[in-house]
Design a protein around this ligand. Structure first.
Ligand code: ATP
Ligand code: MG
Length: 408
């Protein structure tokens, strides 16, 4: 196939799934302000803990990353930013945090000093990719990992004391907490760590623990240990307001010298509904759809449907649609997509699903909730809401495809 050379030269201003360019980061002034205020408090020499929560794609990791770079650049903190999606036990969390901390320290001398604290747990060491930090692998022995967990708070304090005054504090970001939130040991561990800093009579250290999780996961963590809730200062991310969403698209297209028709802008804003991850997906798809440096209403509509499919394929398809090939699930998804609004009740859904398929309704609702596709509303028991307008559109698109006669 031959592509016009113009196409290959264009660069999309959108960055789905990747950190956004600084000048296209919109809104969140209040939330950034709050986090910075807590970190400044921490820098005075005390422990502060923050929980950044919000639904899928609302910009939690981006906010945590900004906070981490502020802490490292402006407050001279040592930072361990840890992606914990795969961690399912407290031992795994402790190992990953220690490994990330050693890898992310600003200088080799600092990393070497910190390494001495963890020496007995370390299996092997290699030099970091860019010549700084240490790539360390901890020993896998289960008894050593348990020992690391038990001594972890004390080891972190020791690390800070060895590194001060080269650093003025430590920040540990636990991003994307997943399975471990349901483990009561982990909730107890967090509580014990934080309580220990207050009651042990040891010198307080400027340590910030930042937990990043969806509302659902954070809820599971506090359910495991109710007093975990009071340890953390909550920073909750909501949808971006309409004016910020609009200025995001306007700025992004303008930066690529692309104009955008009023109706196209309205549709892009409506379907992304203030969710940053979706704003990038629909913006990117509409950008590539346009061929003449102007996004028309049609470009936007085709782009939005393409983006719905991309998101569906990334999140929903592998977990729900392709795993569960049963006709029942397809019937329920089709029924859900046909309901009049994005808010619906279990009862409404049950009444629009045929006979035997009703038995699968609750299973599917649980799966979709765990995936961050729907959540229960606070107002009415048994009421659900699609979190992303685009997921509902994806359900509509695939149910139309299921119904369409096969061409082959
Ligand atoms: N305020 C913002 N302005 C513009 N783009 C943003 C903003 N916040 C986040 N983004 C972009 O949106 C996308 C999703 O952001 P991010 O990964 O931080 O969300 P998340 O809530 O951590 O998602 P997940 O629930 O999948 O972990 C990324 O491409 C990011 O660069
Ligand atoms: Mg994230």
């Amino acid at each position: 196939m031959c592509y016009p050379s113009r196409m290959t030269e264009r660069e999309s201003p959108f960055s789905p799934g990747k950190p956004v360019q600084a000048d296209l980061f919109v809104g969140r002034e209040d939330e950034i302000g709050e986090v910075i205020q807590f970190l400044r408090q921490c820098a005075t020499g005390r422990n502060e803990n923050i929980a950044i929560s919000g639904e899928r794609g609302f910009g939690k990791s981006s906010l945590a990353l900004m906070a981490a770079s502020f802490a490292s650049r402006d407050l001279r903190f040592g930072v361990a930013y840890c992606q914990l999606t795969a961690a399912s036990t407290t031992e795994e969390v402790c190992t990953l945090v220690a490994e990330r901390l050693l890898a992310q320290l600003a200088t080799d001398t600092m990393a070497q000093k910190a390494k001495t604290v963890f020496n007995r747990y370390i299996d092997h060491v290699s030099v970091g990719l860019f010549g700084t930090g240490l790539q360390v692998k901890f020993r896998p022995d289960p008894s050593l990992r348990i020992d690391l967990k038990l001594r972890f708070p004390e080891l972190i304090t020791e690390t800070y004391l060895r590194l001060a005054p080269e650093i003025d504090g430590l920040m540990i970001v636990l991003d994307d907490l997943n399975g471990v939130v349901r483990d009561q040991t982990f909730a107890n561990f967090l509580k014990g760590w934080v309580d220990g800093m207050v009651t042990s009579g040891h010198r307080a250290i400027p340590l910030a623990i930042v937990v990043v999780a969806s509302e659902d996961k954070l809820g599971a963590l506090t359910k495991s240990q109710p007093s975990v809730g009071r340890i953390f200062r909550p920073v909750v991310l909501h949808r971006l307001p309409k004016d910020k969403t609009e200025s995001f698209f306007t700025k992004a297209f303008a930066s690529a010298n692309v104009s955008v028709e009023k109706r196209a802008l309205r549709d892009l804003c409506y379907f992304s509904d203030g969710v940053p991850s979706i704003m990038h997906e629909v913006g990117d798809a509409a950008f590539w759809q346009n061929q003449d440096q102007s996004v028309s209403s049609e470009d936007a509509q085709v782009g939005i449907i393409k983006a719905a499919k991309i998101i569906g394929l990334k999140y929903v398809e592998p977990q729900v649609v392709s795993k569960i090939r049963s006709k029942s699930y397809r019937q329920i998804i089709s029924a859900m997509a046909a309901l009049p609004g994005r808010v619906f009740t279990r009862k409404q859904l049950l009444s629009s699903v045929p006979g035997d398929d009703k038995k699968q309704v609750d299973n599917l609702l649980v799966k979709l909730k765990a995936l961050g596709v729907i959540h229960t509303t606070e107002e009415t028991p048994g009421e659900y809401e699609f979190i992303h307008t685009l997921d509902r559109l994806y359900f509509r698109v695939i149910s139309a495809e299921w119904k369409a006669p096969k061409t082959r």
